[in-house]
Design a protein around this ligand. Structure first.
Ligand code: COA
Length: 187
């Protein structure tokens, strides 16, 4: 059953607030039948950049300062070569030729874990397409890859103020414990 508690970001209050759940657009519900979840390819670079551009434009105030420079992002995407990163999986949700969501899954070695660890580094669905199970389908795809790679756990970091994210991860089966995020800028 769908949740009644819908959280939206309120820029003026600088926090998530509970709101009435937006009604689903029947046209989009129908369109979701054509949604394809797949691994990104080198040929997707332009589509990935366009996805990022729309994401920045539609929600300019949710990003960290070092996530805003589209020229840097373009250079980073241009330098992305999947074969150089065999433990990273860029999973995309494509609708009618446009990328509308993505999830970055990373498999890494951790000395004292019971096997390889899987991490969700990022998951993002364009605002217009939220609430149509795109995120859930990306996560299911990621879980399957992690299982195939022999991982026993899937982990991620989410801000405790991100009520929509917390609700989504709970829906996906995650158990959430409090931790802090530490970042050191290297330049
Ligand atoms: C979090 C996010 C990826 C969810 O994607 P989505 O495609 O809208 O999620 P789904 O439609 O698959 O939602 C699955 C369930 O999660 C919960 N959920 C999702 N968004 C929610 C919201 N805004 N408020 C409350 N619950 C929510 C619901 O239980 C929902 O199930 P339901 O539709 O049956 O009620 C999307 O909101 C997003 O991209 N947010 C911005 C980036 C972000 O915060 N990423 C995660 C933190 S790092």
């Amino acid at each position: 059953m769908s949740t009644e508690f819908w959280y939206v970001w309120d820029g003026a209050k600088d926090r998530f607030v509970q709101a009435k759940r937006p009604p689903r657009d029947p046209g989009l519900v129908e369109a979701m039948r054509r949604l394809e979840i797949r691994l990104a390819r080198v040929g997707d670079r332009e589509k990935l950049l366009e996805f990022r551009r729309v994401a920045l434009e539609s929600e300019p105030d949710i990003w960290l300062p070092d996530e805003l420079d589209l020229d840097e992002i373009r250079r980073n995407i241009d330098g992305w070569e999947p074969s150089r990163y065999p433990n990273d999986y860029i999973i995309v949700a494509e609708l009618d030729g446009r990328i509308i969501g993505y999830l970055h899954l990373s498999i890494c070695y951790r000395l004292f874990d019971g096997g390889p660890s899987a991490w969700v580094k990022d998951v993002f669905v364009l605002k217009k397409y939220r609430g149509y199970r795109v995120g859930t389908r990306l996560m299911d795809f990621a879980k399957e890859i992690a299982r195939r790679r022999g991982c026993k756990t899937l982990r991620l970091i989410v801000g405790l103020e991100n009520l929509a994210g917390l609700s989504f991860y709970k829906h996906c089966g995650f158990n959430i414990v409090k931790v802090g995020l530490a970042t050191l800028k290297l330049r």
